[in-house]
Write a protein that binds this ligand. Structure first.
Ligand code: 8DG
Length: 140
């Protein structure tokens, strides 16, 4: 089975990250994820991510570093989920695809029912949180 590359954005804003619930008509209905989507043929991952965030949330983001990707096999597909740390640059959030969003702090990250591919990324994020937050504040 071909591995599908998927980008996702860990969007920091005021010390929290944006987490989105997949709607009932999406794959993995009701699961929580970082917004993003599949990389199209020969598309740059960061271009893909900016495009997906605009399509899903109607905002512009600034993209920083990538964290460790997570590979996961669901019953019908294998994905390689590539997370990028980002900040909310401009625009108002409009939920064009997701059921709802929440903003979670470091200690709240596991309050939601994550899509399975995200779990290692969320652990990694929690470990790196203290180092990431000041870096983002300096960069913005
Ligand atoms: N965007 C995103 N997808 C995730 C995450 N975790 C996870 O398992 N996935 C899965 C769900 C989907 O099976 C796949 C990405 O598909 P998608 O539906 O979000 O992407 P897309 O908008 O490009 O898809 P499509 O409707 O155009 O086919 O990866 C995550 O954190 N973010």
């Amino acid at each position: 089975m071909k591995t599908i590359p998927v980008t996702c954005a860990i969007i920091f804003h005021q010390g929290k990250v944006l987490v989105a619930q997949r709607s009932l008509n999406m794959d993995l209905p009701g699961k929580w994820e970082f917004p993003g989507g599949k990389i199209e043929e020969s598309e740059d991952p960061k271009v893909c991510l900016s495009r997906e965030i605009k399509e899903e949330l109607s905002i512009e983001i600034e993209i920083f570093e990538t964290l460790k990707p997570s590979e996961f096999t669901y019953p019908t597909k294998t994905i390689r989920l590539i997370p990028f740390v980002a900040t909310w640059k401009s625009g108002e959030i409009d939920l064009l695809e997701h059921e709802q969003i929440v903003w979670l702090g470091e200690k709240e990250l596991f309050y939601v029912d994550w899509a399975e591919a995200d779990v290692p990324i969320v652990h990694d994020l929690q470990e790196k949180w203290v180092k990431l937050v000041p870096q983002i504040k300096t960069a913005t």
